[in-house]
Design a protein around this ligand. Sequence first.
Ligand code: G3P
Length: 218
Amino acid sequence: MKFFIDTANLDEIKEANDLGILDGVTTNPSLMAKDGVTGTDSILKRYVDICEIVDGDVSAEVIATDFDGIVREGENLASLHKNIVVKVPMIKDGVKALKYFSDNGIRTNCTLVFSAGQAILAAKAGATYVSPFMGRIDDISWDGVDLIDQMVEIYANYGFETEILAASIRSPLHIVKCAELGADVVTTPLKSIMALLNHPLTDVGLAKFLADYKKGNA
Ligand code: G3P
């Protein structure tokens, strides 16, 4: 399973990358705004800065919602760096654009996916990745894990090559559930990656090992 970090913050990206387990980055307009990155030039520069830190795919989201605009913007984003993946929303013109990009060798991430039907459309259109938003499904009292389960089954039934990139991850449990189900990628905030480290018995066990070493080597 690949690990992407879901942020536009360069310090967090560096910290995850330094851990040696990072395979890529996803961003979106909200994450750019949260990090104070505004204006087209600054946003494009931030994508290049991210690509220079991480040796892996970096999703860059289009703002346009019409076919011509999505294509124009997507081609520009893809020209920034070989690792850029164009993030396209799950809307009618987005599906058309996914097909266009797929036919023209530009890799894509179909975002804002909340149902198995949408996931089928994204795969049919040739998306490289599809991003089901687990946490936002949980937020409305549905179960994001169920959607991942459905998608894994459907994609396996037909041999779709689109990779399932589980997004809107809110906890280490989401990551473990995705791994059990066979999601290809999880994109998570840094804190969920770090939370995977924690176990009280590890802390207790390490403290005892160190105390025993100290006793024997006093
Ligand atoms: O990758 C999508 C993600 O950024 C959305 O996460 O926490 O805003 O639902 P969240």
